[in-house]
Design a protein around this ligand. Structure first.
Ligand SMILES: NC(=O)c1ccc[n+]([C@@H]2O[C@H](COP(=O)([O-])OP(=O)(O)OC[C@H]3O[C@@H](n4cnc5c(N)ncnc54)[C@H](OP(=O)(O)O)[C@@H]3O)[C@@H](O)[C@H]2O)c1
Length: 323
């Protein structure tokens, strides 16, 4: 079969031939892959930097996809953590890691939106017991996952959703996706971050939940800013760490954990059982398929995988490879 193949972690995948995998257990089934999203997680697995990477080469990248069985059933599935990913003409699906999609579902929209969408969907439904009427700050709201987090928080009944990010055009667009307010994380130059911290403290001090795709410097500015400006410091603040686009580490002054009711947690592979994540997928797929959540996919044929790896995308746009 044809596939995207990584033979060295230093170079992008190439369109190549690869032995077609075979289903070998009763819960496995071979499918034709229709669409696979090029998510940040796919890139980090393909360059060997993801925390689940075990260094196996060659590998086919791709962590999830939409595929069709011989009988015509449409499936969204999550690939196993092996070297056989989804960016190929065929993939073996573990039915326990798959859900059936309604006939007529747009495979490209689902492949684009499930991974970024599930980050906030699962976090708000499984990591915290988010209640309608609550308020949410999304750090990194201008990316794919962030813009879906804004919509999903609203969809789950948030009274107030604040989006924080750098790109001014995308921040403006967030308002049309449901953000009540936006905060620019830009503007400090080489300064000490006071300007951004002031903005965060003024606008988002009393939120119930922070969904954080950035970590690094923005999180380090935002945590003290929010907690110091909080009307009631004993009111719980759930800080859900989901991505690290701005850095792997922060310095966390110990007083923040004493002087306020700060609960830092993560949401991702490992912090939740796979079964718990999978249980959330049908309802999310339904929202994507119905058009309730706005997504912006950029389909590209699989034979252009090398170009896709370096193709510029507009903020909020997700490349989807179509075999
Ligand atoms: N744990 C999970 O379940 C899960 C699931 C999905 C995604 N994720 C993670 O979530 C993160 C975001 O994913 P995505 O799909 O939204 O990626 P994306 O579409 O590429 O968006 C990334 C966003 O990060 C912003 N950004 C990058 N560096 C920044 C910085 N230094 N300061 C402020 N903003 C910065 C970018 O803003 P600019 O436009 O300003 O550069 C962009 O808006 C990734 O780390 C991904 O691995 C986790």
């Amino acid at each position: 079969m044809h596939a995207a193949v990584v033979r060295s972690f230093g170079t992008p995948p190439r369109y190549d031939t690869f032995a077609t995998p075979a289903d070998s257990a009763p819960h496995e089934i071979l499918v034709d892959v229709l669409a696979a999203g090029l998510h940040p997680r796919v890139r980090s697995a393909a360059d060997g930097s993801h925390y689940t990477s075990d260094g196996t080469l060659p590998l086919i990248p791709g962590i999830d996809a939409v595929g069709r069985t011989q009988e015509g059933e449409l499936l969204y599935f999550v690939a196993p953590d092996t070297a056989l990913g989804t960016m190929a003409e065929h993939a073996v699906v573990d039915r326990r890691r798959a859900i059936t999609l309604p006939a007529g579902t747009d495979p490209v929209a689902v492949a684009a939106a499930m991974n970024p969408g599930m980050s906030s969907w699962v976090a708000l439904r499984r990591r915290v017991s988010f209640k309608p009427g609550g308020s949410v700050l999304v750090m990194g709201a201008t990316g794919n996952a962030g813009q879906l987090a804004v919509q999903i928080a609203k969809h789950l009944g948030a009274d107030r959703v604040i989006g924080a990010g750098r790109d001014p055009r995308r921040l403006d667009l967030l308002k049309s996706l449901g953000a009540d307010e936006v905060i620019s994380l830009d503007g400090d130059g080489d300064g000490d971050g006071d300007e951004v911290a002031d903005r965060l403290g003024r606008t988002a001090a009393d939120v119930d939940v922070v969904i954080d795709y950035l970590w690094g410097r923005p999180a380090q500015q935002a945590m003290p800013a929010l907690l110091k400006a909080r009307t009631d410091r004993s009111k719980a603040l759930a800080w859900i760490q989901i991505g690290s686009m701005a850095g792997q580490d922060i310095t966390l002054p110990s007083y923040l954990l004493r002087a306020a009711n700060l609960n830092i947690m993560g949401s991702g592979q490992g912090s939740l059982a796979t079964a718990g994540i999978l249980a959330e997928l049908p309802s999310l797929a339904e929202e994507i398929a119905s058009g309730a959540l706005t997504v912006d996919p950029l389909p590209m044929p699989l034979d252009q995988v090398e170009q896709a790896w370096s193709a510029p995308t507009a903020p909020g746009q997700r490349i989807v490879l179509t075999p």
